[in-house]
Every structure is written in C-alpha cells, then in structure tokens.
Design a protein around this ligand. Structure first.
Ligand code: SAM
Length: 454
C-alpha cells in the first residue's frame, strides 16, 4: 500500500524524490492553526491571502494540505502531543505548540519521510525567532516517529481524540443520530471531493465530461444530482474548460439538490434570502433563465460581492441587496414572492470535511443562538410568500435543533403553512423534511424542508 504522503505527492504530480519542502508551507500552516485555535478566527478569510504569497503551486498545495489536515485531526493530535510533552508550553509560545501539531500531522497522518517532516519543521522554529525550541521540537517529533502506532492507540480511549471532534458535538450527534453518529463523524473527517455543477442549459453533462477527459482531468458523473460531476483530484478552476464563460461551477452535489426542489417556472418572483456566495442563486437561473425577478439578499456586504461575481460569470442578472432578511420592513416593496429560498445561517456541521475549523470554532451554546436566528428568519419571511407559494428551507447542518425540530415548531405556529413532501430517493425522512448525512453518495450533509402556503 502506498504511504499517504507518497500517494499525495503522486496525486499532485510531485516526484517524491525531487520534492523540495522548504519551511514556508509549514510556517503558514502553523500560523493558520494558531489563529484558529488561539484567536478563534475562521480560515475562510485567513488562508487565501497567505496562500497567495506562495508562487509555487506545489508549495501552496502543501500549505493547504497541512492546514486542513492538522485542523481536521486536531483533537487527536492534541491528545498525542499531550503525551509527548512533559508540561504544556507557555501561553506566549502557543505558536510553537501549533507548529508541533503541524509536525505531528505530517508524521502520523501523511507518513511523510521523517527527515523532511522533522528538519523542515525545526527550521520554522528558527524563522519564528525561537531558537531555544529547536531541540524540543526535534525531540518531540523524533519520539512521535518512533512510537507512532502506540501513541495513536493510546489516545483512543477518549471520544474526542478517537473521533477528532469536540465532546459536546459527539454527544449531540449520539442523541440526534443514535444509529448513524459514527458514520457521520467518519465522513466528516474525510477529505472532500471537488464536485462540479454543469450548466446543462448550455452543455450536456456527457459532453462536458468528454472535454475533461480530453484534457486528462479524471472525473466521473455522480449518480445524482444529474448536473454533478466529481473530479478524482482537485484542480484550479481556471483549468476547467469554459469556467470563465459560465459552463461550469464548483458546488457539492448536496447543494445542487436545492434548486430543482423549488419547482421554478418562467415569470415567477423569487427571493433568495441568504444568498452569498451565490451558488444556489446561479443554479436557480440555470434551471429557469426567464424568472420574473430574482432578489438576492445577504447581510454580509463583502460576501454579496461574490454573488455579483458569480452571476456575472454565469451571465445572469439579479437584484442584489445587502440587508437583514429578517427585517423585510427595511427592503421589501410589498410584492409577494412565488418562491423563497431560505438557505439559513447554521452551524455548518454537515460540511466539516470542507471546513475543519468549524468544529474548533463552534461552541455548544451556538445551536440555541442559531435556532433562534433561523426561527426569526422563517417568521419574518413567511408573510412575503404568495398564497400557493413555496418556501424551501435548507441548512448544511446535521443537528436536529436547526432542522426538523425548528420546522416542527414553525408549522405548529403557522396554520397557513403545510409541508410539501419531498418525493426523492436520497436522505432520511424526518418528522419534517429530509436529511442527507455527510458521505451519502459522497455528498455533504444537508437538510431540506419544503413548505407551501395555503
Ligand atoms: C449558508 S450561507 C448561504 C449560501 C448560499 N445560499 C449559496 O448557496 O451560496 C448563509 C448566508 O446567510 C447570510 N446571513 C446570515 N444572517 C443573515 C440575515 N439576517 N439576513 C441575510 N443574510 C444573512 C450569511 O452572510 C451567509 O452568507
């Protein structure tokens, strides 16, 4: 069997023998891990500008792999590090702590050649101006290398280390999904695939697949949705044929399930209430290009510019509003909507494989706050729906409090709202709506509920 590191190199077309692994990617990864762990910052905004500093694409790929991998396995790595350190490092040396986690990830999960992993990681200590720590980092990593399997086994007794998720999160999953929690955790620790959405109004999926194959980009069509193609390995979007002309977008298969559930028709007035970065906005237009109007709102002005960029690339035009969807008095002109998509802000617990920092940033109390916010948005948007209109509620969460429990509460309080069942083969039926668990057909974890107004 190929060692994980060797396989990774081959996938990135890097010769294992000639690969140069200077300290820079490790330094960036350690900084990212430090910012997430100690400053509670999200990778979304941090990582892009750091990666842009690396001109060599292979170094960028390595920095990204080390950052994501270390955060993905952070709870497990922390437990191992705890066994290797005589006492925790001081608060002022948490940068060294983060670097040690990155070093351990290389040895225990990537099975990178130890000389590269150890010496390059030690060289970063010097770049941090912490010469004194070079001996410590060297000793800890050499120790880890010698006893890797014993160390990993020794931490398995504690659930957070075993599953590399916070304790409260594991308990919540056990309560919500007594049969599936282990499978959810396993799927959430996988590397996610890169999935494309083909604009089938402009090119057939099979024709696009052929174009990819001709370019040597290995890909397969997904069983569903029928717009999805899954790449064997991630590639830069610029290398996708027709990307800049809007033939294709990057979007997980689960997110591609939303637009078809909206039952869109020509001339309808549609509200996309939480639109940024605009993945589903674009898909709605691709499904029916002559909608009467599409109003796309997001409270985050900076993220809303992404919607504009996406729509421009896809050659569609929507009315974009930076506003609080929960305060229609400030933006609604009084004309009802035939369709509303509420892709609600949520814990994102179904997409942890794509955003491993989420499990480190979320706190147990967040679920309560988020479910209040979701109810606020549902309550505020429902009066804007025309009678006979459809509201599709979506989250990328697997926690029931944000999904069917919240929808049950809403239906109990709104007698002009009824569930319009989803007659589909995927996911699990819940008292209200359907849950796609992470990993099902290789997709992210999403929840969908469709409501119709009397
Ligand atoms: C799950 S994301 C939406 C993803 C998007 N629909 C897509 O497919 O690309 C949730 C979005 O809700 C936005 N949001 C959060 N609270 C909001 C509010 N009160 N009003 C409008 N947008 C809000 C966030 O800024 C975030 O962009």
């Amino acid at each position: 069997m190929l060692a994980a590191w060797t396989a990774w190199c081959l996938n990135k077309s890097i010769s294992v023998l000639s690969v140069k692994t200077p300290g820079q990617p490790r330094k960036i990864a350690a900084q990212m891990v430090f910012h997430v762990l100690d400053r509670g910052e999200s990778l979304n905004r941090l990582l892009g500008p750091q990666l842009a500093k690396l001109c060599d694409m292979r170094q960028r790929a390595l920095a990204q792999e080390l950052t994501f991998g270390t955060l993905r396995w952070c709870y497990r790595l922390e437990a191992v590090l705890n066994r290797l350190l005589k006492k925790p490092l001081k608060k002022k040396d948490r940068d060294v702590h983060a670097l040690l986690l990155v070093g351990l990830y290389q040895l225990l999960f990537l099975e990178m050649p130890p000389h590269a992993a150890v010496s390059e990681t030690v060289s970063v200590v010097r770049q941090l101006g912490k010469e004194w720590a070079a001996g410590l980092v060297n000793a800890v990593l050499r120790n880890a290398q010698r006893q890797s399997s014993i160390l990993l086994e020794s931490v398995d007794g504690a659930a957070p280390a075993r599953w590399s998720h916070p304790d409260w999160w594991i308990k919540q999953l056990q309560q919500d999904w007594p049969q599936d929690w282990q499978h959810i955790l396993e799927a959430s620790n996988q590397r996610p695939p890169m999935v494309l959405r083909i604009n089938v109004a402009r090119i057939e999926r099979s024709a696009y697949l052929q174009q990819l194959n001709q370019l040597g980009i290995e890909a397969k069509r997904s069983a569903f949705p029928d717009t999805a193609i899954r790449l064997e390995e991630p590639v830069a979007v610029d290398s996708l044929p027709g990307f800049s002309r809007g033939l294709v977008s990057v979007q997980d298969g689960a997110a591609q399930l939303a637009a078809p559930l909206m039952r869109l028709e020509s001339g309808q007035r549609v509200l996309d209430a939480c639109a940024a970065p605009g993945g589903k906005t674009g898909h709605m237009f691709e499904s029916v290009s002559d909608l009467g109007a599409l109003i796309a709102i997001d409270s985050d002005e900076r993220r809303l510019t992404k919607v504009a960029e996406n729509l421009q690339r896809l050659q569609f035009k929507a009315e974009l509003l930076a506003a609080d969807a929960g305060d229609p008095g400030s933006w609604w002109n009084g004309e009802p909507f035939d369709r509303i998509l509420l892709d609600a802000p949520c814990s994102a617990s179904g997409v942890v494989r794509r955003h491993p920092d989420i499990k480190l940033l979320r706190q147990p109390g967040d679920l309560q706050t988020l479910s209040h916010q979701q109810q606020r948005l549902l309550n505020a948007l429902w009066p804007l729906l025309a009678s006979g209109g459809i509201l599709l509620y979506v989250t990328c969460s697997v926690f029931k409090q944000e999904n069917s429990d919240g929808l049950r509460l809403f239906l109990d309080e709104h007698h002009d709202a009824a569930e319009l069942p989803l007659r589909i083969q995927w996911g699990k039926a819940l008292p209200v709506g359907r849950q796609l668990l992470p990993g099902e057909q290789g997709m992210d974890g999403f929840y969908f509920a469709r409501l119709i107004k009397a």
